[in-house]
Design a protein around this ligand. Structure first.
Ligand code: KIV
Ligand code: NA
Length: 266
């Protein structure tokens, strides 16, 4: 069976089927989640999750391309979406197209994701008209950490609902096939997800159950990350599993029980 495409994500919304997504940055973890996901996001959160950076700002296009290549190699079914990192798309629609084209050409991914609201609608339309499927990302946009003054839930200020709805409509009408809604209070997330003018599929992360689909950072939901936001549910406890395995290994080596005969060439 062929790999899912951006248009298939839109069909899920039309059919009322929930869209399932996770992030992945490596061939092996991507391969494990592939059968269960409609799309896999190679997120720029890899800067924080894999590299210990304090924000996603330092992430480069080269880092995104390298991990997207790994994820494509490890998967066969899910659509692979790649984040455009900070500084790779904001200057002009031409810059956005040239860098997005590099991502699609060099990785084989089927779509890119860009953070930003109504002011990016023109860029979204420019890319979509030229063959680049675009996923939007509004609300808490981590690349805006320096102007937002931290990672803050969106939708609580008086004008937020109108502004976020306008962002979603503009990105959707520009041709985005989906929009990530991140860190948005339920009433506002609901208004966006149920708006007839937002035809793009809404993918929530900390944005209520009203969205058409959900995404989480894989390491967060597996219980591998040390600190996670309120919206994360830990479906696993990998950190404890890894610690147990590493402790057992150290104990066995120290005691002279590993390697045993089974692991030794005669
Ligand atoms: O980079 C990322 O992991 C993301 C998701 C949280 C949506 O953008
Ligand atoms: Na991201």
């Amino acid at each position: 069976s062929r790999r899912l495409r951006a248009v298939d994500i839109g069909k899920r919304k039309a059919e009322g089927r929930k869209i399932i997504a996770l992030t992945a940055y490596h061939a092996h973890t991507a391969g494990i989640v592939d059968p269960y996901c409609d799309f896999i996001l190679v997120g720029d959160s890899l800067g924080m999750v894999m590299h210990g950076m304090e924000s996603t700002i330092p992430v480069t296009l080269e880092m995104m391309i390298l991990q997207a290549q790994a994820v494509i190699r490890g998967t066969s079914k899910a659509l692979v979406v790649v984040d455009m990192p900070f500084g790779s798309y904001e200057a002009s629609r031409e810059q956005a197209f040239l860098n997005a084209a590099r991502v699609l050409k060099e990785t084989g991914a089927g779509a890119i994701k860009m953070e930003g609201g109504a002011h990016f609608a023109e860029t979204v339309a420019f890319l979509v008209q030229r063959g680049v499927p675009v996923m939007g990302h509004i609300g808490l946009t981590p690349q805006a950490v320096n102007t937002m003054g931290g990672f803050k839930v969106q939708g609580r200020a008086p004008d937020d609902e109108r502004r976020l709805l306008e962002d979603a409509r503009a990105i959707s009408e520009a041709g985005a096939f989906a929009i990530v809604l991140e860190g948005i209070v339920e009433p506002v997330a609901r208004a966006i997800a149920t708006s007839p003018r937002v035809t793009a599929a809404t993918i929530g992360i900390g944005a209520s159950a009203f969205c058409d689909g959900q995404i989480l950072v894989l390491e967060d939901m597996l219980g591998l990350s040390e600190k996670t936001p309120k919206f994360v549910r830990q479906f696993g406890s990998l950190r404890a599993h890894i610690e147990d395995a590493v402790k057992a290994y150290a104990d066995e080596v120290r005691a002279g029980r590993f390697p045993a005969d089974d692991h030794t060439y005669g």
